[in-house]
Write a protein that binds this ligand. Structure first.
Ligand code: NDP
Ligand code: 8X3
Length: 256
């Protein structure tokens, strides 16, 4: 499938997997709608995408937790950007790694508001147009954390288990339309994820990847573009990918 002229909306495009996905679709000549809160970082990704071959790029300063802002951003898109072909629901984060009964309520709210409610708001704003136009593909970012809960991570894991249920429910609810729904569920990927989880503690973040060769954001972006490029009658429901040194969210082989 060619992506030339296709409009790809990527939430959380300012870093990590979202930014790599923007570059990967750019290399295929797509048109990119990039959304995140950090406008300066988004502008850097937009220039890289243009340099990599994107047909055009439109950036949106957006906090997915604000449902009115999300709806307004989609409703007020310039006409030439309104017909979104592919939605990559990537914006997400973890905060903290604490025993549930000691967790910070603010951390829980941020994770649930972003990973669950934010994903729902963007989906609710974009998918009706896909149904009316008779084409579209929603690609959600899940995680190994969504299938197996690890200690101290109950709320993040719950948010990714919710993503999985939403992904499956949406696919059922779209039966009878040509709109496709995919979840891409990575294991450990080295991005800003751990820095965000540990509120900027570099040392703690670096320990997460110690002794393991993690996935790169580009590894995940490859899978996203691959899933989007299957023939129109093929729906890739789910892709689970991990580093070779990771069996699941709990079990790693770490080199000394
Ligand atoms: P990063 O921290 O590098 O990127 C997260 C992106 O989400 C940023 O662009 C950030 O942009 C955006 N974001 C966060 N909150 C909001 C918000 N409220 N509104 C809009 N955008 C927001 O992490 P990753 O690239 O690793 O994470 C991307 C997705 O992949 C997440 O859903 C994560 O759960 C998932 N994932 C990550 C794995 C990993 O090991 N890294 C493994 C499995 C899944 P900004 O701050 O500018 O708004
Ligand atoms: C991100 C992967 O294992 O750090 O979803 O939660 S993990």
């Amino acid at each position: 499938m060619s992506f030339r002229g296709k409009i790809v909306f990527i939430s959380g495009a300012s870093s990590g997997i979202g930014a790599a996905t923007a570059r990967a679709f750019a290399a295929e000549g797509a048109r990119l709608l990039l959304a995140a809160r950090r406008a300066a970082k988004l502008a850097e990704v937009a220039s890289e995408a243009l340099a990599s071959g994107a047909e055009s790029v439109h950036s949106i300063d957006l906090d997915v937790r604000d449902h009115r802002a999300v709806q307004n951003a989609i409703d007020t898109l310039p006409e030439e950007w309104a017909a979104i072909d592919i939605l990559v629901n990537n914006a997400g984060l973890s905060r903290g790694l604490d025993k549930l009964y000691m967790g910070r309520i603010e951390d829980w709210e941020e994770m649930i508001d972003t990973n669950v409610k934010g994903l729902l708001y963007v989906t609710r704003s974009v998918v009706p147009g896909m149904v009316v136009r008779g084409r579209g593909h929603v690609i959600n970012l899940g995680s190994t954390a969504g299938e197996l809960t690890y200690p101290n991570g109950a709320v993040y894991c719950a948010s990714k288990a919710a993503e999985r249920s939403i992904n499956d429910g949406l696919r059922q609810d779209l039966l009878g339309t040509p709109v496709r729904v995919t979840t891409v569920d990575p294991g450990m990927v080295e991005t800003e994820f751990s820095m965000v989880r540990f509120h900027g503690d570099k040392e703690r973040a670096a320990k997460v990847y110690k002794g393991v060769k993690p996935l790169t954001p580009e590894d995940v972006a490859d899978v996203i573009v691959w899933a989007a490029g299957r023939p129109a009658h093929v729906n890739i429901a789910r892709v689970l990918l991990t580093p070779v040194q990771q069996a699941n969210s709990l079990l790693f082989h770490r080199e000394e």
